[in-house]
Design a protein around this ligand. Sequence first.
Ligand code: CDP
Length: 205
Amino acid sequence: MNVVVAIDGPAAAGKGTISKAVAAHFGMAYLDTGSLYRAVAARVLDGADAVAAARGLTAEHLAAPNLRSADVAQMASQVAALPQVRAALVEFQRDFAARPEGAVLDGRDIGTVICPDAQVKLFVTARPEIRARRRYDEQAAQGASDSFDMVLADVRARDERDMNRADAPLKPAGDAVLIDTSDLDIDAAVAAAIRAIAPQVSGAS
Ligand code: CDP
């Protein structure tokens, strides 16, 4: 049986790093669903209509070089509040989740809306200052000049918008395992995720 792992959580909590590592560990496919909203946002910043952009996303849009920028991230959380944008992206995500080798999807609403029947649901979080520090380090390494305070304000603004939107707000599924990475290094966070997932994988084979 195909195992689906849903990994949700706020901005810069470490979902991407953990998701990639566990997908590699269990030989599953991995989808960063944030990249879909970021790709729509990048097109909107180029003048496209958000709903049309979501309906017409291509592999080329998903490979745009600026998707990890701070401007794109803020616009992503704005377009992500539009129900028609979210609706246009549901089928692609559910098709991906059906991959025969099993699938890890990370985002905000995977365990609650996209894959409510996922066998494993993780909610990965960390204190806002720690998340902002990680994002600041990541952006500074790429040459960005935003101050730590600006990055922290961006992270807080995005969390606020993601948690308070009417459609598919960010929140842990009732049956999600909570992993707080504030005081964990990458290896410890990945190990905690593997411990939560492993029983379901062995039970499914
Ligand atoms: O990497 P980071 O945690 O900063 O963000 P991301 O996962 O790339 O997501 C960018 C934005 O897309 C989020 O702030 C959400 O507004 C939106 N998003 C969403 O609404 N639902 C998802 N499943 C994934 C992302």
